[in-house]
Ligand binder design. Structure first.
Ligand code: COD
Ligand code: ZN
Ligand code: ZN
Length: 366
């Protein structure tokens, strides 16, 4: 079938909104009509040339939609089902999946980084040549085909534009708190970077019952939003040293520090904000090849630092839980959506993200 999609060709160029051919779902695959796809800073990293990606590619990895057709052998979803898409289609059988860490799935991560289905090929094409699918999704398109393992069925009364945000920003942020750090009630938390993902670290900390929740950003309106999402204190890092400020608010440092930007300097700041024995969780990923330096003496104080990939997601468990929290009024999603763009407005959406104007924008392709 013919579909409309936003295609990345090379860094520092606008995405091209054009018609592509979409092959139907093969065995184990699902055709999904995209209702909405969020605009995440990771998409922008490719456009800005900070991280390489297969080209040409349909970007977009934070999407939800409606199942239109299924390939042979698909059992977990059927036409008409509402689904959130996962950018790591976990196989369920590799050693990571078996030990309960499906976000590290060997096969799912390989498909994600290639931008293909599990068999190594994408379903989009233009003039007979393959067009890859960011995160095995390619959500900036009217329709896409994804692996069954990348579909999580949700209840039909959950608004799909809100549900889309669960596919990356909310899962990555809330999951970093709940799954990766397992923040304890009453403990102190610092969050460096309050964009679309960082705000979800803030709300994850609030959900976990953290004591002080200190939000750090360089933009006053992001700090204002962070308060809405549960921050008890804010620090403007463009005006004062954020490490000193955090150590003043939470004497000795915080129990948990989260970096949610992807810069070596801010990873170091987060590490320095954590107290003796404290945990630093790096959610942001600095540009390819970057290194982070840490003060070796800190290990004597049993400080730890860890990465968090996709918020330690176990998508079939975590997505329905997040949906229930939203439906019960306990998870903020409406407040995250700053703007809604048609597919043709996608480059404006990226410009707004680059300028720091939005928490999240969503694109509604149809
Ligand atoms: N100090 C404090 N805050 C800062 C600073 C600074 N020096 N510099 C920038 N900020 C703030 C910005 O004002 C902004 O509010 C925030 O940091 C960044 O937010 P966004 O909205 O631009 O970015 P997000 O939240 O959409 O994305 C953040 C990620 C960490 C996901 C992303 O940038 C990243 O690191 N991606 C690579 C990791 C990855 O690919 N993950 C999987 C898919 S997301
Ligand atoms: Zn993302
Ligand atoms: Zn696996």
């Amino acid at each position: 079938m013919q579909v409309k999609a936003a295609v990345f060709y090379r860094p520092h160029e606008s995405l091209a909104v054009q018609e592509l051919e979409l092959e139907g779902p093969r065995a184990g695959e699902v055709l999904v009509r995209i209702a909405a796809c969020g605009v995440c800073h990771s998409d922008l990293h490719f456009i800005d040339g900070l991280v390489p990606i297969a080209s040409p590619s349909v970007l977009g990895h934070e999407a939800a939609g409606v199942v239109e057709a299924v390939g042979a052998g698909v059992a977990s979803v059927q036409p008409g089902d509402h689904v959130v898409l996962s950018f790591i289609p976990s196989c369920g059988r590799c050693q990571y999946c078996v030990v309960g860490r499906p976000n590290l799935c060997t096969i799912g991560n390989r498909a994600m980084s290639r931008g293909t289905m599990l068999d190594g090929t994408p379903r989009f094409a233009r003039e007979g040549r393959p067009v890859y699918q960011m995160g095995s999704i390619g959500g900036f398109a009217s329709y896409t085909v994804v692996p069954e393992a990348g579909c999580v069925k949700i209840r039909g009364d959950m608004p799909l534009d809100r549900a889309a945000l669960l596919g990356c920003g909310v899962m990555t942020g809330v999951g970093a708190v709940i799954n990766t750090a397992r923040v304890q009630a009453g403990s102190d938390v610092a969050v460096v970077g309050c964009g679309g993902v960082g705000l979800n670290v803030v709300q994850g900390a609030a959900l976990a019952g953290a004591g002080r929740i200190i939000a750090i950003d360089v933009l006053a309106h992001k700090l204002e939003l962070a308060r809405q999402f549960g921050a008890t204190h804010t620090v403007d890092a463009s005006r004062e040293d954020p490490v000193e400020a955090v150590r003043r608010i939470s004497p000795g440092g915080v129990d948990y520090a989260f970096e949610v930007i992807g810069r070596p300097e801010t990873v170091r700041q987060a590490f320095d904000m954590a107290r003796r024995g404290g945990l630093t969780v790096v959610v942001g990923v600095p540009p390819a090849g970057a290194e982070v330096s840490l003060p070796a003496g800190a290990f004597l104080t049993e400080k730890t630092i860890t990465g968090s990939a996709y918020g330690g997601a176990r998508m079939p468990v975590d997505v329905p839980r997040l949906v229930e929290l939203y439906m019960a009024g306990r998870l903020k999603l409406d407040e995250l959506i700053s703007r809604v763009y048609p597919l043709e407005g996608i480059n404006d959406a990226f410009d707004a993200l680059r300028r720091g104007e939005v928490a999240r924008s969503i694109v509604t392709p149809l």
